[in-house]
Design a protein around this ligand. Structure first.
Ligand code: AVI
Length: 323
């Protein structure tokens, strides 16, 4: 093994992340890297799976309470504002809100932010066709860059962070992310966060281990990405998707499991990694919340809950917060 400083080219963010993640015990990679174009497409398929209830539940909330959510989200004062959406994806739920704002003749610009250029192109093209009057200012970036830009964005804003993306942060990262999100909010601004709620543990587990194997393909695609972008030689036939829900912590944890002792060469790092049989790489957290936990979380980052919207089965909550 040679250290990264002996490599001639500077390491990409992905390469640096993989070097750190696979050198540690237990090995871990961030779910942030799931979303290359293939991963984003697989996630679209996940959202349509019978077992994956969060998307349908949040959609039902928007369909039922769209006008009330738009009213709660519109920055106080009813002047012009930017509607910034972190992790916009295909924007299908947001379109319900956009239509409500257009119907209410609101003076706003929709600023979707997503890490996937492919997902963003699809979203913007679709919006141009479906809502020709809509002003759209798309941003392709990760959350860190988006948060910095949010801080320097002038004027009133409504910020959307939907789809239980908040659940993908480990607790300490969740707090620091929310603090950064809360910091640039003026008292008139509003923040809407989608939280997946705690429920029958079996339903939650099934949502992350679907019968068609789409979630498995989504997780394994991370290795395909490392093979393509870092020239790694992961043998996909020797890895399995495994997931597990702990109702005490509220965490779904997903792993890639090495089904045999093996070594993986990553030329971009000039390094070979050893895996014992059944060793895992932790790849994702998907936390589930209770309504009291959400109140407490808001208070911890200096926000207050203004309104809470849930679906009829209380599977999911969309919570409007303000500074
Ligand atoms: C994007 N995020 C909220 C999804 C979730 O539910 O944690 C990603 C996902 N991973 C597996 N299935 C869906």
């Amino acid at each position: 093994m040679s250290s990264s400083s002996t490599l001639s080219r500077p390491l990409s963010a992905l390469a640096q992340h993989v070097a750190t993640g696979l050198r540690q015990t237990p090995k871990a990679l961030s779910s942030m890297y799931f979303y290359d174009d293939a991963g984003s497409r697989l996630f679209q398929q996940i959202m349509a799976l019978p077992e994956y209830y969060p998307t349908r539940a949040e959609f039902a909330i928007f369909e039922e309470h769209g006008a009330a959510i738009a009213a709660a989200l519109r920055p106080a004062g009813n002047g012009p504002f930017a509607l910034v959406e972190l992790g916009a994806g295909d924007g299908s739920k947001t379109k319900v809100l956009l239509r409500e704002f257009l119907r209410a003749d609101a003076d706003f610009t929709y600023a979707p932010v997503d890490i996937s250029a492919g997902a963003m192109t699809g979203l913007v093209d679709g919006l141009k066709q479906e809502m020709p009057g809509l002003r759209v200012a798309p941003v392709v970036s990760d959350y860190a860059t988006a948060l910095r830009q949010l801080g320097s964005r002038p004027g009133s804003k409504g910020v959307l962070f939907l789809g239980s993306n908040i659940g993908n942060f480990a607790p300490a990262d969740r707090l620091s992310f929310l603090r950064q999100l809360a910091a640039p909010l003026a008292p008139a601004d509003r923040l809407l966060i989608g939280f997946d709620l705690q429920k029958d543990p079996r339903r939650i587990r099934a949502a992350y281990d679907d019968s068609q194997g789409v979630t498995a393909a989504f997780n394994l695609n991370l290795l395909t990405r490392l093979n393509r972008e870092l020239d790694a030689d992961f043998d996909l036939a020797s890895w399995q998707h495994f997931t597990d829900y702990n109702p005490l912590s509220g965490a779904v944890r997903s792993y890639l499991v090495s089904t045999r002792a093996q070594q993986v060469r990553i030329p971009a790092l000039d390094e070979t990694f050893q895996f014992t049989a059944w060793e895992v790489i932790h790849t994702e957290n998907s936390y589930k919340f209770t309504l009291p936990q959400i109140e407490e979380l808001a208070a911890q980052v200096g926000l207050r809950v203004v309104d809470t919207f849930t679906d009829a089965d209380a599977d999911f909550a969309d919570v409007v917060m303000a500074a």
